[in-house]
Design a protein around this ligand. Structure first.
Ligand SMILES: [Zn+2]
Length: 287
């Protein structure tokens, strides 16, 4: 069984129902997180998942609405572990290694004081032992790697390929990911404007989660269509790639309002023949 959990279905502006971007792909017994935006760790638990069961994390890019909960996730996953879990593997564009180092490194990590105190103080040692751990408590151990386009990783029965996305270069690199699983293929576009590289990555995919910020015409008028997709551009990318199911994610506050939402869905359906899902936080669906 392959299941997709939508944890964060928004962008950088917080609203009561959406904030930031994060997803979990569950396939073949592996739980794979894609992006780690605001409050991801809490939303993960709300969705019925658990940090120590997530062994892989892929970043599309390093805007805060996609990575700000990373320190929280790293420390929580480590804190809840009893030393028998798999090592977390983290992949993403340039800065992924540096950010990881700057969070956890014993000398230079902004949050090293937390794990050093928990490793050293008798209170934290007792909590760890009562949870099933043994002393001495091991420091966090994370494998982080900067990656680019091409084959990124092969799991037991899944593999992931990256392609360049077009968002805010040259300030940040962005990647889209395609996961091929026994139950089908799924693409996470991350934040991108329509582009050939993401379209080629998504060719004939079973599912594509595509960012969809707002009504396309409104984005054009407000000069917000550079570097991102709105309704009709998401629809065109999915249609041209031959994607079977399009899941709209990363909706802004305007598109999330009733009225605008229904107009947006109508605009997408005019250009896209496949199955359409307008996602909400904490929903999940089977492939
Ligand atoms: Zn974003």
């Amino acid at each position: 069984m392959t299941r997709v959990y939508v944890l964060g279905a928004g962008g950088p502006r917080p609203t009561a129902t959406r904030f930031g971007s994060s997803f979990v792909l569950e396939t073949g017994g592996d739980q794979i997180m894609i992006d780690c935006g605001p409050a991801t760790t809490h939303k993960l638990v709300k969705a019925g998942l658990w940090p120590t069961n997530v062994d892989f994390l892929f970043f599309t890019h390093h805007h805060f609405d996609h990575d700000i909960d990373y320190p929280c996730f790293l420390l929580c996953r480590w804190d809840q572990s009893i030393g028998k879990e798999n090592q977390l593997q983290v992949y993403g564009p340039k800065l992924t290694e540096q950010i990881t180092h700057r969070i956890l490194d014993v000398d230079e990590g902004a949050f090293a004081h937390d794990w050093i105190a928990r490793v050293s103080h008798p209170l934290s040692q007792s909590v760890h032992v009562n949870r099933g751990g043994v002393l001495p408590r091991k420091p966090p151990d994370v494998f982080a790697k900067d990656v680019g386009p091409g084959k990124v990783y092969s799991g037991k029965n899944w593999e992931v390929t990256a392609a360049p996305a077009e968002h805010v270069e040259p300030y940040l690199d962005s990647l889209a990911y395609r996961f091929d699983t026994p139950d089908g293929s799924i693409v996470f576009t991350g934040d991108t404007q329509p582009c050939d590289s993401v379209k080629a990555l998504a060719k004939d995919a079973d599912v594509m989660l595509c960012m969809c910020w707002d009504d396309q015409e409104r984005m054009g008028k407000s000069e917000e269509s550079l570097g991102q997709c709105g309704t009709t551009e998401a629809a065109k990318m999915a249609q041209e790639a031959g994607v079977k199911k399009l899941v709209l994610v990363h909706q802004g506050p305007h598109l999330s309002e009733h009225g605008h939402m229904e107009k947006g869905i109508g605009d997408v359906k005019k250009l896209y023949d496949g199955e359409l899902l307008f996602s909400h936080e904490l929903m999940s669906f089977e492939m």
